[in-house]
Design a protein around this ligand. Structure first.
Ligand SMILES: CC(C)(COP(=O)(O)OP(=O)(O)OC[C@H]1O[C@@H](n2cnc3c(N)ncnc32)[C@H](O)[C@@H]1OP(=O)(O)O)[C@@H](O)C(=O)NCCC(=O)NCCS
Length: 161
């Protein structure tokens, strides 16, 4: 099999990533629109947005976040026809390596507790389910703040440590 390549997101990847996420993640809400999400991430930390390619086709993606205290993983997805070939694991390990290189001591992520298959996937990679109350609060995003430069601090209100 052609080897899978894991690399940083490039602008030309946008359509393929949108297609990959569309079926699985999109909710009809502005903060979860894939194009908006991609542009926000690229504006803040492009190098923490990873894609997996197979024969130059985008077959997976994951977003990592680093706030100086904890690392986070978001929106991991692998195309249905190439699952169970280790691509999701490659993406998570590559994201972990990037976070570790920045001095990140712990990676957190949130998934629906009912998504037992993905819990098993992450357990295989050494993650553990931690009993926490997951909290969040929506913040109004105005046109002036939507693509703010990275020197502005990111805000996050959440429970896991
Ligand atoms: C979760 C996901 C990214 C896994 O990607 P993948 O490339 O298939 O994962 P891997 O091939 O690296 O799997 C590694 C191991 O994890 C476990 N695993 C993966 N998918 C699993 C499943 N559906 N059920 C049970 N165990 C699973 C297996 O132990 C697997 O090893 P094996 O194939 O040798 O048994 C993929 O199923 C996906 O995109 N799901 C939809 C999106 C999603 O729910 N994302 C996570 C929430 S943000």
């Amino acid at each position: 099999m052609t080897p899978v390549d894991v690399r940083a997101y490039e602008d030309a990847d946008e359509e393929a990533i949108v297609a990959l996420w569309d079926a699985r993640f999109v909710e009809p809400r502005p903060w979860n629109q894939p194009r908006e999400l991609i542009r926000r991430k690229v504006g803040v930390a492009r190098d923490l947005f990873l894609v997996a390619t197979l024969d130059r086709r985008i077959v997976g993606a994951v977003i990592a976040g680093w706030d100086g205290h904890r690392g986070w993983l978001y929106h991991l997805a692998v195309a249905p026809d190439v699952r169970r070939r280790g691509i999701g694991s490659r993406l998570v390990r590559a994201a972990e390596a990037l976070l570790q290189a920045r001095g990140c001591p712990k990676v957190n992520l949130q998934i629906l507790a009912s998504n037992r298959e993905v819990v098993r996937f992450y357990e295989r990679l050494g993650f553990q389910v931690e009993e926490r109350a997951s909290m969040g609060k929506r913040l109004a995003v105005t046109p002036a703040t939507r693509h703010a430069p990275s020197r502005r601090p990111a805000c996050r209100a959440t429970a896991p440590s």
